[in-house]
Design a protein around this ligand. Structure first.
Ligand code: PLP
Length: 495
């Protein structure tokens, strides 16, 4: 090894270079001149895109293209497309979350400044797992987490970290829960007796997936039915708990949704907290979508009870204007986050183990992660927490106004009163049975997708298909939503 290196060095000294072909290509790839020129062009392109979408001079939220055609386009593009068109084509051939007529999935409409923090993170590539590979970001992340914990009412023992997505954060929290609540050392010895968690049937599918990954099996996911508002029916908690215990399953955790995904209904976190306390369960709050309501003066009450939770997940890339992926996982007691992936059994660990907050890789599922804390910190520094208050309150208010409009229109039916900015409704037509209404609404949604002016999605609730909107865009107004209803009415006649 050393000999080879020395030989190369000698070769380099005598010839001035080692691998002539590659080196010139590498020089080109790292040319700061090229970077600056292209960077200026792309930034102008991005600003133009922001202007065209937010101000609607671009009329569509997406230009629909069937998957096979899209694949074909990019295969050809790689062969003989123009390099200079690359960024433009990406902008054209994607869904424009910044367009006020974007009312589809619950992904964040990114604040432009986070485009810049993303650039920094990509350039520096400090993976953060150890302090030296992310000095500033490790310090910044701790500040972001501490502020968020305080917001939720957590005390001095709280902690947490940022991680790659709500899905991974929920899994991590449940792993912490198992470590903390199950006396047996599952981490080293595997399962020796059946374990289980409780969660509402309306929870995000990733909770189910996490439980399956943990080897709990179908019987280990105790699904509590939803009430008429699609939130957990907490009246049934005791019955389901006793039934599992009588089958020999040790329930160690319960998950509350804040809110659930399909309808955006918040579970009653206070009641769940009491239940968890009574049975000594880990209480986890999946606030991936609506944990951000903690910032809202008007809607913060929806999270009452979350301060009792052992862990809470909040996605920055949903209701906090940040890019994918930026997720916070909070722990009421940070020692649990230290123990999650530790080789030692929980009962062997004492609370005095050194608190190495600055080596984030000890506690996160991932080894390398992006410097996602930069987005969070930049928004706090440039605009303050008030930005999140204004945004969440505005979007939740808008859903209530939209619900009112729908209720006043006999052609439409609301699935349930919205508790957040997620709202499901369907088009009605006299004389059609449920199956026919499902087909009609499905073809309305497909027609709208291919038309591309609006972007919305659909969901099935108790056998009925509903059109589903998530009001993510801070430029969407009731006026846009009225236009959507008019468009749906016109579409329905043609369907
Ligand atoms: C979006 C969402 C998730 C999944 O989070 P990702 O960041 O997409 O992995 C989990 N739970 C709820 C309630 C969600 O809304």
């Amino acid at each position: 090894m050393g000999g080879f290196f020395y030989a190369c060095l000698l070769y380099k000294c005598s010839r001035g270079y080692i691998y002539p072909m590659n080196e010139s290509l590498l020089e080109k790839a790292f040319s700061t001149k090229d970077f600056e020129r292209l960077g200026k062009e792309v930034l102008a392109e991005i600003s133009g895109h922001l202007q065209r979408t937010t101000q609607e001079t671009q009329t569509k939220t997406l230009v629909w293209n069937p998957p096979e055609n899209e694949l074909d386009f990019w295969e050809k593009f790689l062969e003989d497309g123009n390099q200079t068109d690359f960024f433009k084509e990406i902008l054209n051939r994607t869904t424009h979350t910044h367009h006020p007529k974007y009312v589809g999935h619950q992904v964040g409409v990114t604040a432009p400044i986070t485009v810049l923090t993303g650039m920094l993170s990509n350039l520096l590539n400090n993976g953060m797992a150890v302090y030296e590979m992310g000095m500033s970001p490790n310090a910044i992340e701790r500040i972001v987490i501490e502020k968020l914990g305080k917001k939720f009412g957590y005390g001095a023992d709280a902690g947490g970290f940022l991680t790659s997505g709500g899905t991974l954060a929920n899994l991590t929290a449940l792993l912490s829960a198992r470590k903390a609540k199950v006396a047996h050392d599952v981490w080293n010895e595997g399962h020796t007796k059946p374990l289980g968690i409780m969660v509402c049937e309306e929870a995000h599918y990733c909770v189910d997936r996490a439980a399956k990954i943990m080897g709990l099996g179908e019987q280990g996911i105790v699904k509590i039915p939803a009430n008429t508002n699609f939130a957990m029916d907490t009246n049934q908690l005791e019955t389901f708990y006793e039934e599992s215990v009588s089958k020999g399953i040790q329930i160690f955790a319960i998950v509350g949704s804040a809110p659930s995904t399909a309808t955006g209904a918040y579970d009653n976190l206070k009641t769940i907290a009491q239940f968890a306390q009574k049975h000594k369960l880990w209480f986890h709050v999946d606030g991936a979508h609506g944990g951000a309501a903690i910032y809202s003066k008007k809607y913060g009450f929806l999270l009452d009870g979350a301060q009792e939770a052992d862990s809470i997940v909040i996605d920055g890339h949903k209701m906090m204007l940040m890019p994918t992926i930026t997720t916070a996982l909070l722990f009421k007691e940070r020692k649990h986050s230290e123990h999650t992936f530790s080789q030692k059994a929980d009962y062997l660990l004492d609370d005095t183990t050194e608190d190495e907050w600055y080596n984030s890789g000890r506690r996160t599922f991932e080894c390398t992660k992006t410097m996602m804390c930069l987005h969070w910190f930049a928004l706090l520094k440039f605009y303050g927490e008030k930005l999140f208050d204004n945004y969440v309150s505005r979007q939740y208010d808008l859903a209530k106004d939209f619900a009112q409009t729908i209720k006043e229109n006999p052609n439409f039916e609301l699935a349930t009163e919205p508790m957040s900015n997620i709202l499901c409704f369907r088009y009605l037509k006299p004389g059609l049975n449920n199956g026919e209404l499902n087909s009609l609404n499905a073809s309305i949604r497909q027609t709208l997708l291919e038309d591309g002016e609006f972007y919305l999605v659909q969901t099935k609730l108790r056998g009925s298909l509903y059109l589903r909107t998530t009001l993510m865009n801070p430029f969407t107004t009731v006026k846009h939503l009225n236009l959507l209803l008019v468009k749906i009415e016109a579409t329905a006649i043609a369907c």
